[in-house]
Design a protein around this ligand. Structure first.
Ligand code: ATP
Ligand code: MG
Length: 303
């Protein structure tokens, strides 16, 4: 798990950030950035570089190796602190709150602004990053460092999709993005997996969700990771989130992903609320009507 770096922000000085972004720049060329190159990348003097490296090492923001040459690389914590500082500098966020969700592929925290927001750090390359770091010796052949690139690309993709879908589809409103982090509105409600719907609410909620899936498709996207864990339900309605893997509708597998999304959702409703879901509701027929742009209601498919 990646530590929460928000508490470090007040004690870090501008020169610490020059050093960190110097290491980040060097990492465009190789995983381990040579000590000698850091004055150039960071714009700091030799002495200043040593002093700042010491401070950043102590705080677990960078890592050092001395095989072949003395080199430095960013820890995920160092990358987090760079993204967080950028978001604070441009007034996107003004304070940090508690965790909203901690997973294998992301860490999500509440953050403060004019209203409560959610900050999602993407961690897509994380597992890979730990293994690779231990076992492999990087050379300058690497055009980019894969964990950093993977996490940043995922954040960019998710942010672009949210921007394309909001407000036509009920997704969290996108606010800002930097590096591997995105800021969005905090959703009301609870995960569908933890919600306890009354039998008479079930078809209504299912229908709302299928309606959102249909609108997303009309707007050009298929979610492709639909499950009870990526949906929030609240008094105000439903929200579909977690979009980094979404595919455009002209993607070769879009129809297949759409079918799988609908099957997943319907399968979940059927298992959890067997009495409330009509027996003859067929997932593939629903998916086909969404695909054809003719989906209207659950009822129309249930007889
Ligand atoms: N905008 C938001 N508002 C409130 N809570 C959120 C928000 N975004 C995410 N969360 C919380 O954080 C959790 C994880 O978010 P998300 O599903 O986007 O990432 P993930 O599950 O780690 O990604 P993946 O499904 O790829 O593993 C969610 O289950 C939810 O509880
Ligand atoms: Mg998720």
């Amino acid at each position: 798990m990646v530590r929460n770096v928000a508490g470090l922000l007040p004690e870090l000085e501008p020169e610490d950030f020059y050093l960190l972004s110097g290491v980040e720049q060097g990492m465009r060329f190789s995983e381990w950035v040579q000590r000698e190159k850091l004055p150039k990348f960071s714009g700091l003097t030799e002495e200043e570089v040593d002093y700042r490296l010491e401070r950043c090492l102590k705080r677990g923001l960078v890592e050092k190796k001395t095989i072949q040459y003395e080199g430095y690389t960013l820890q995920f914590e160092g990358y987090d602190v760079l993204a967080l500082r950028a978001l604070v500098e441009r007034d996107t966020i003004s304070g940090f709150g508690s965790p909203l969700g901690v997973g294998k592929e992301s860490d999500v925290y509440e953050v403060k602004s004019y209203k409560p927001l959610a900050l999602k750090y993407h961690r897509e390359g994380y597992t890979n990053f730990r293994e690779v770091n231990r076992e492999r010796d990087y050379t300058s052949e690497n055009r980019h460092v894969s964990w950093m690139y993977t996490a940043r690309k995922a954040a960019e993709r998710e942010y672009e999709t949210l921007e394309a879908l909001y407000p036509d589809v009920s997704v969290p409103r996108p606010i800002d993005q930097n590096r591997h982090a995105i800021v969005m509105e905090k959703m009301p409600g609870v995960e569908l997996s933890r919600a306890k719907l009354e039998d008479e609410q079930v078809v209504g909620v299912l229908e709302l969700l299928l309606g959102e899936i249909a609108r997303a498709r009309e707007a050009g996207y298929v979610h492709a990771d639909m499950s009870e864990y990526n949906v929030f339900v609240a008094e105000e309605g439903v929200t579909i989130f977690d979009w980094p893997q979404a595919v455009p509708t002209d993607h070769a597998n879009a129809a297949e992903f759409l079918r799988r999304d609908v099957r997943n959702l319907l399968g979940y409703f059927r298992r959890k609320y067997p009495r409330a879901v009509p027996d003859d509701l067929d997932a593939d027929a629903v998916a086909a009507s969404i695909e054809a742009g003719t989906f209207e209601s659950v009822e129309a498919h249930a007889d």
